[in-house]
Design a protein around this ligand. Structure first.
Ligand SMILES: [Zn+2]
Length: 378
């Protein structure tokens, strides 16, 4: 497993990790913590990892990652650790009902999918369609659950994510719980809008400030977790303002945009209009920085590889949504000579690396592709 070392699932935040580890080893764990800091710096991740450490059957300052409790928490299916999030109103739901009452099967599936996504990626932000606020009944559950004996561990942990989404009723219920905390419960709240919480709630929690991440930490995470190359990772990290979530959003935007460009280029190369193809090369591609052009060519190369793989496995039912463009291409151009096309891209990459005049390289490539893909018999 990639992140089996204790606390290694958390990016940066060394000061907070140290504070929490010390609380665990000294046995001085408060009843309630509020993880406060900007969006995307790892507040949920820290809270979940803290819950994991406290429940670990090895009882160290780090989670062992191997015991039953650690493994259950990895899939966020721990009987003594509950996640509380904003939810949509159930059909015909009344005050006092179970928070999930009246949910349709689709709503339950969507909620489980979000929890599974969070389990896979602690930096995923849970978002449930039509969720309005954290319900008072979700908060009342705390007291009810707390009165039941913990099944595995000494402590029941309740994670209230984006706690500012509690409505007034839920806030008041939580305040009562904080005033007389049931024994052996731990409340972990996260928020990036502390000013929207009742001051009386804030004052009853130990506030854990989570600072923006450093450029180096974000860049390292982008490389290790998201496969972004070093230079690009550094560029994005500098723009992300300390937020890993913001950085990641930039990488996917960027990749999608580049992929669209590649598809557009292939489409033009397939068409009969050579003038439009050359014009596209001249206006869109030829003015790029060398490194950028090279990345673009590598993406084109990987697109062609996908097309080759898709053609080899066509009809096996493994198609995924994000490569519809590849699928359509394979169906419409069964005779395209993809091997020759792929070799042309390789040659272009080599020429770009050798500093050959970019507009010339790209124009030649465009015409080569036009020949090998659109009219392989010529
Ligand atoms: Zn463990």
């Amino acid at each position: 497993m990639l992140f089996d070392m204790a606390w290694d699932r958390i990016i940066g935040q060394e000061r907070v990790k140290e504070l929490l580890r010390r609380a665990v080893s000294s046995g001085h764990v408060a009843h309630a913590y509020l993880f406060d800091g900007p969006e995307g710096v790892g507040k949920d991740a820290l809270a979940i990892e803290f819950a994991r450490v406290l429940n670990c059957q090895e009882r160290g300052a780090d989670a062992c990652g191997k015991c039953d409790s650690c493994r259950r928490l990895e899939s966020l299916q721990h009987p003594d650790v509950r996640l509380i999030v904003a939810l949509p109103a159930g059909k015909g739901e009344k005050t006092g009902d179970d928070p999930l009452k009246g949910f349709t099967d689709d709503q339950m599936d969507a909620l489980h999918a979000e929890l599974a996504a969070k389990a896979r990626d602690l930096y995923h932000r849970i978002s449930v369609a039509k969720a309005s606020f954290i319900k008072v009944n979700s908060i009342r559950e705390i007291r009810r659950q707390a009165s039941m004996t913990a099944s595995q561990s000494a402590r029941k942990v309740f994670l209230i994510l984006n706690a500012e989404e509690m409505n007034a009723e839920a806030s008041n219920a939580l305040l009562k719980t904080l005033e007389e905390p049931p024994g052996n419960t731990l409340l972990l709240l996260t928020t990036s809008r502390r000013e929207q919480l009742l001051p009386t709630i804030v004052s009853r929690c130990q506030v854990v400030r989570c600072a923006p991440l450093s450029v180096e930490d974000i860049a390292a995470a982008l490389q290790e977790r998201d496969g972004v190359e070093k230079d690009e990772a550094m560029t994005i990290a500098r723009l992300a303002n300390g937020s890993y979530a913001a950085a990641r959003a930039m990488t996917s935007d960027d990749l999608l945009e580049r992929r669209r460009e590649v598809v557009q280029f292939v489409r033009l190369a397939l068409g009969q209009n050579r003038t439009a193809l050359l014009k596209h090369v001249e206006t869109v591609l030829a003015g790029r920085e060398r490194a950028d052009a090279e990345r673009w060519l590598r993406l084109l190369q990987s697109w062609l590889h996908e097309a080759v793989a898709r053609r080899a496995s066509s009809g096996d039912g493994n198609e995924t949504r994000d490569d519809e463009d590849v699928q359509r291409f394979v169906e419409r151009f069964p005779g395209a000579d993809l091997t020759t096309a792929s070799r042309s891209v390789d040659r272009s990459i080599a020429l770009v690396e050798r500093n050959v005049y970019l507009p010339l390289v790209l124009t030649t490539l465009a015409l080569d592709l036009h020949r090998s893909i659109a009219s392989p018999s010529e």
